[in-house]
Design a protein around this ligand. Sequence first.
Ligand SMILES: O=P(O)(O)OC[C@H]1O[C@H](OP(=O)(O)OP(=O)(O)O)[C@H](O)[C@@H]1O
Ligand SMILES: O=c1cc[nH]c(=O)[nH]1
Ligand SMILES: [Mg+2]
Length: 209
Amino acid sequence: MSSLTVVDHPLLKRDLTILRSRETPHGAFRKTVSDAAAILAYEAMQEVDLKDKTIETPLESTTGYEIADEVIVVPIMRAGLGMVDGFVRFIPEARVGHLGMQRDEETYDPVDYYSNIPDTISEARVFVVDPMLATGGSASFAIEHLKQRGAERIHFACLVAAPEGIERLQSDHSDVPIVTATVDRELDDNAFIRPGLGDAGDRIFGTTG
Ligand SMILES: O=P(O)(O)OC[C@H]1O[C@H](OP(=O)(O)OP(=O)(O)O)[C@H](O)[C@@H]1O
Ligand SMILES: O=c1cc[nH]c(=O)[nH]1
Ligand SMILES: [Mg+2]
């Protein structure tokens, strides 16, 4: 079974509270998603490989490190776009792929509408990002698509996960580690996460209210 890491950090708890509140307007919501994603990135990137590099300090030579991995961040659109900045903040040379996916409002199955993935995917360490893991359908489909494109080292990062989504992802993709800020109680009858934070895409982009 893949690993599940629930990041325990006071800044993340504070950010999650801002995100959960219905009072938070979309500008503050978008900024907070980005800030929280950076904290998740810090944890999710623990396994990134390094290589030695000799450098000159002002006084002498010493051995330092640089990132050895080719890193690709893949947001599941739309809401995943809000996490990209937080992830590339630490690795500016990272490439970004895009997967467009929208849940069907009745069946809750993901419908894919866009894919643009860097052709270095097979040798890369890939971070799939989406704030919400609800039924797990979108994340599972996205990861399957990336595997079919050749990806072999995939990580998944989200802000809010439902127990149902974690179970689905661990069952479909036992090789993909999951990093999240919280595991919430349950899915409701509309497959929304409770207590959750509502519709992440709409709140990031201000498409309702
Ligand atoms: O785990 P699941 O049951 O698949 O649900 C989670 C998906 O639902 C949301 O996207 P949505 O379909 O609302 O699209 P949007 O990002 O364009 O709003 C969310 O950002 C995930 O992609
Ligand atoms: O709670 C949920 C479930 C799916 N998508 C969201 O944006 N929020
Ligand atoms: Mg949405």
